[in-house]
Design a protein around this ligand. Structure first.
Ligand SMILES: *Cc1c(COP(=O)(O)O)cnc(C)c1O
Length: 467
């Protein structure tokens, strides 16, 4: 693989390392149409229809544009029920790039989380993690576990410019282990480029310390590998001793220090659907290989078509290239810097996959129980047809013990950038629209929740404006 010349990289701006072969036309709507659409969607952007959206920044999950090579791979789909050739190809690619011994494919990330949680967690166990992710924590809880946040304090401070906000606070972890005993901690859940903190990386130094601690206490490290290629990029950029390593080498170094992973291939791996569980332990693998049959499908497809596995194998190869990652991070940073220059409050440092608007500072006049981030996402849609999502009080859900809203420290709107989909001109439009909203922010009102589903309420909850 070609190494990027770092001198050239410094002097020149990033550019998309591809040209466009096929386009999808966008639909513009009027403000009136969008008002009707958001009302019908209960002021929840997850419930709006994609036909009513102009620029879709809801998520970077499964929204990537695939390459011609990935599409060509789709034609090589071996749709045999068992032993598909594409499975063995994917297995070899995962072994090569991520380095784990065993692969169990799943339909997406949460399928892998379900398997892992059921296999490793016993009722009453504690599962420490560097901040929660919605589906990850839910599967831990459904398996009888209790999630404990052990991320560094800086991660909860949107204004902190700490470079490794994804780091585990070893003192918090040690305090938990001392209190409950290592035998009640089945593993530590370590997420690369922590999504809920704003797409923030952990450092290799932190992972090394964590490994040492976990070895001393016989606690496995299970990686949420969903955005670990992006984490590897930041390590290369920011951490001493890594400037001359490739993203690919750093990814392997991370995985080699962990015991297994769950993966949503819908993010880093540039596919529209897919995921996997991977590990090194024979016994855990055997259990996962058996359990996957119950929830996903046979262990050589796990809920994916053969063609999906082929596209994923090729997607992983493309995702670890320097060119791809430079453009990925470059585009997100381009948008973030435009907003910063206009004084719009965003989470610092700018992360890898999204810009997070800091709604506590954007809408200080709205109480958190009136869901200011939800209100801002709805307002941005009405204003511009740009679809974003809430990452605040609605996403955090209720405390299982008290039943109260969790009122998290971070109340954010996420503008998530799909991979290889939009151009720099689209980013300009997004910046203009957000800046317009910021200038008339006093006019924005809160919402009340009128329907609350039991699980992962942010997906389907409905709201009405407060009169
Ligand atoms: C998306 C995501 C998941 C869940 O994966 P799905 O493919 O959506 O089921 C888990 N962890 C992280 C960090 C994610 O971003």
């Amino acid at each position: 693989m070609r190494r990027m010349d770092t001198q050239t990289h410094k002097k020149r701006t990033w550019a998309e390392p591809y040209k466009i072969k096929m386009v999808e036309l966008l639909r513009m709507t009027t403000r009136e149409e969008r008002l009707v659409a958001i009302r019908e969607a209960g002021y929840n952007t997850f419930l709006t229809r994609s036909r009513d959206v102009y620029i879709d920044l809801l998520t970077d999950s499964g929204t990537s544009a695939m390459s011609d090579r990935q599409w060509a791979g789709m034609m090589l789909g071996d749709e045999a029920y068992s032993g598909s050739e594409n499975f063995y190809h994917l297995e070899s690619v995962v072994r090569e790039y991520y380095g784990y011994k065993y692969l169990v494919p799943t339909h997406q990330g949460r399928g892998a989380e379900n398997l892992m949680s059921k296999i490793l967690i016993e009722k009453g166990d504690y599962v420490p993690g560097n901040m929660y992710f919605t589906t990850t924590r839910l599967h831990q809880e459904l398996a009888g576990g209790i999630f404990v946040d052990v991320i560094v304090d800086e991660a909860h401070e949107p204004e902190s410019t700490f470079q490794f906000k994804g780091n585990v606070d070893l003192r918090k972890l040690a305090a938990l282990v001392d209190e409950v005993g290592a035998n009640h901690v089945p593993y530590i859940s370590l997420e690369g480029n922590v999504n809920m903190a704003g797409g923030q990386p952990f450092s290799m130094a932190n992972l090394r310390e964590l490994r040492l601690y976990c070895d001393q206490h016989d606690i496995p490290i299970m990686l949420d590998a969903t955005r670990t290629i992006e984490n590897a990029w930041f390590i290369r950029e920011r951490e001493d001793g890594y400037a001359r390593k490739t993203v690919r080498e750093i990814l392997r170094e991370i995985c080699d220090m962990t015991d297994g992973c769950t993966m949503s291939a819908k993010k880093d791996a540039l596919v529209n659907i897919g995921g996997f569980f991977a590990c090194n332990d024979d016994e855990v693998y055997q259990k996962a290989q058996n359990l996957v049959v119950v929830y996903e499908g046979l262990h050589t497809y796990g809920g994916m078509a053969g063609r999906d596995m082929e596209a994923m194998a090729q997607g992983i190869r493309e995702a670890v290239t320097e060119e791809h990652m430079a453009a990925r991070i470059g585009q997100v940073r381009y948008l973030g810097q435009k907003l910063e220059a206009a004084g719009v409050p965003i989470v610092e440092p700018i992360g890898s996959h999204a810009i997070f608007l800091d709604v506590r500072r954007f809408l200080p006049h709205i109480d958190q129980d009136e869901y200011p981030a939800q209100a801002l996402a709805a307002e941005l849609f009405i204003e511009s047809g740009i679809r974003s999502m809430e990452r605040g009080n609605v996403s955090a859900g209720r405390d299982p013990v008290t039943g109260e809203n969790r009122r998290p420290r971070l109340e954010l709107v996420r503008l998530t950038i799909p991979r290889r989909v939009y151009t720099q001109a689209h980013m300009d439009v997004v910046a203009e629209c957000v800046i317009d909203l910021y200038q008339r922010r006093e006019q924005i009102r809160g919402l009340k929740m009128v329907y609350e589903p039991e699980y992962l309420r942010f997906f389907q909850a409905r709201f009405e404006p407060i009169a």
